[in-house]
Ligand binder design. Structure first.
Ligand code: SIN
Length: 477
């Protein structure tokens, strides 16, 4: 396999220290992987001017032409799966098997929207007058900007860029500073597939300078952001002046509710899948696990036994299950939440401390005796800490689960159809997993309610976020 540096040399990436560039480090060992150019606000404005023209040409291709080019992009991602996974693990830290899974996930959005772009159908409306024909057509919104996170360095880009490109928009992406290499790798493959250079562009640099440049620009007609609720709300506010379309995929505080009648093995597997995916660094990760009293001790015991078998280590090693956390402040946040909970009476069943591997490696942690007074009842954890709460009755647990400003993902485990129906309808969340801890895929609408965001990504609904409707009234008299 080609060396990742040779692969990335097709993008504007340096491997020696360089003025006006920042370093990308491997979180597993601190090694510097590359240096990335910082793009400033003036340069962004020039780039956007070039994109405006390119977008129109791209939108003028017919749907089949765009679809074919995107399918080539998909093919190239699949062909380079191993290289892309390696790059991702090196810069982000996640276990290589999870990185491979993420490349598949990223590729799935490109394929899905390459297929969807052939079905951007409009409507013919019933007119009030016999002499009129009324049409509704869908048109691309224009130049779009994405700000993407470090926890899913590839799939959060394709989940945004693929629908945008499919319907004829151009997309500029400010990727996370911790994980720009995965973003440039996708750009290289997009160009090789025939996507014009000015239609899909990756930039990096000072996050607030670039984000402000996007928000202020009249050229950018849509911003899509994945990240914290705090930053998302600022972007929303700043975009108001230029009346942009906005999609926000923000924080979560996912409840997992395990009822006495749940299949215990399925519940344990589901809690692990949802809690410990990406070392707990996803916005759909279990944040509060509510277990009914009759099954509480058995679930805690089985969960601890299974998590103990999982291996912490450098993500690049084939047998690693948990890589390092992204940075020191992620570790400090988990430590703070654990300390707060232990002070308020929680008991540590597993982990609770930094790993002996040093750096930002943290042991997967399970606490029981969690209560609503503990900080994680209200705050997003974003790390490998699993707090377990005990509950007695269904109405009470629904109230507790909904007692948060967030509303992204939620999960329930039960074999009873009435409970499934009642609870999944009552949960104030954009997504509910029933008897599973893994709900994300390209077919499903991903997104939240309340402070977890606006809009949906993926699915047949995802492409509408990048289009606007035009009504045409034809008088034929
Ligand atoms: C995220 O954590 O931002 C995305 C997770 C997913 O797509 O499953």
């Amino acid at each position: 396999m080609e060396n990742f540096r040779d692969f990335l040399k097709h993008a504007d990436i340096k491997f020696k220290e360089c003025k006006n560039h920042f370093a990308v480090k491997n979180p597993a060992n601190g090694e510097i992987l590359a240096f990335i150019k910082k793009t400033n606000a003036n340069e962004i404005s020039q780039i956007l001017t070039g994109m405006q023209k390119a977008q129109k040409e791209w939108a003028n291709l017919n749907a089949l032409q765009r679809s074919d080019i995107m399918l080539k992009w998909h093919e190239k991602i699949v062909q380079n799966r191993e290289m892309l996974a390696e790059i991702m693990t090196l810069e982000q830290g996640k276990a290589i098997k999870e990185a491979r899974g993420e490349i598949d996930y990223a590729a799935s959005f490109v394929r899905w929207f390459a297929e969807e772009c052939r079905r951007i159908d409009g409507d013919i409306l019933t007119p009030l007058k016999q002499t009129q024909k009324l049409f509704v057509i869908n048109q691309p919104i224009g130049v779009c900007a994405a700000i993407t996170p470090w926890n899913f360095p590839s799939s959060m880009i394709t989940r945004k860029a693929a629908p945008a490109l499919a319907c004829g928009c151009a997309m500029i992406v400010k990727s996370a500073s911790a994980t720009p290499l995965s973003a440039y790798a996708l750009q290289i493959l997009a160009q090789k597939a025939g996507i014009p250079n000015d239609v899909f562009i990756i930039v990096n640099g000072d996050a607030s300078e670039i984000s402000d440049a996007f928000c202020k620009s009249d050229t950018v007609r849509k911003i899509t952001f994945t990240g914290s609720t705090e930053v998302g709300s600022k972007i929303y506010e700043k975009s108001a002046k230029t009346i942009k379309k906005i999609s926000l995929e923000l924080g979560g505080n996912a409840p997992v509710i395990v009822f006495d009648d749940a299949n215990l093995q399925k519940a344990v597997d589901g809690v692990i899948a949802s809690k410990f995916r990406n070392s707990g660094q996803t916005c759909v990760c279990a944040n509060r696990v509510y277990v009914q009293s009759g099954i509480y001790d058995a679930l805690c015991e089985k969960l601890v036994k299974k998590v103990k078998e999982m291996k912490i280590g450098e993500g690049i090693k084939e047998d690693t299950d948990f890589g390092p956390l992204i940075n020191e402040s992620a570790v400090e946040k988990v430590e703070e939440l654990i300390k707060d909970a232990l002070n308020k009476g929680a008991k540590c069943l597993l982990g609770g401390k930094r790993s002996t591997l040093g750096g930002t490696f943290f042991e997967p942690t399970i606490l029981n005796g969690a209560t609503s007074k503990m900080k994680f009842a209200k705050e997003e954890i974003f790390g490998p800490l699993c707090p377990i709460f005990k509950f007695e009755n269904i109405d009470d647990v629904i109230n507790q689960a909904n007692d948060t400003k967030y509303g992204l993902a939620s999960y329930i485990f039960t074999e009873n159809l009435n409970t499934i129906t009642k609870v999944s309808e009552a949960l104030e969340y954009g997504m509910v997993g029933v008897n599973t801890g893994l709900i994300s895929n390209e077919v499903a609408p991903f997104g939240g309610v309340k402070m977890s965001g606006l809009g949906r990504e993926g699915s047949k609904y995802g492409i509408a976020e990048y289009m606007q409707k035009k009504y045409i009234c034809v008088d034929i008299k």
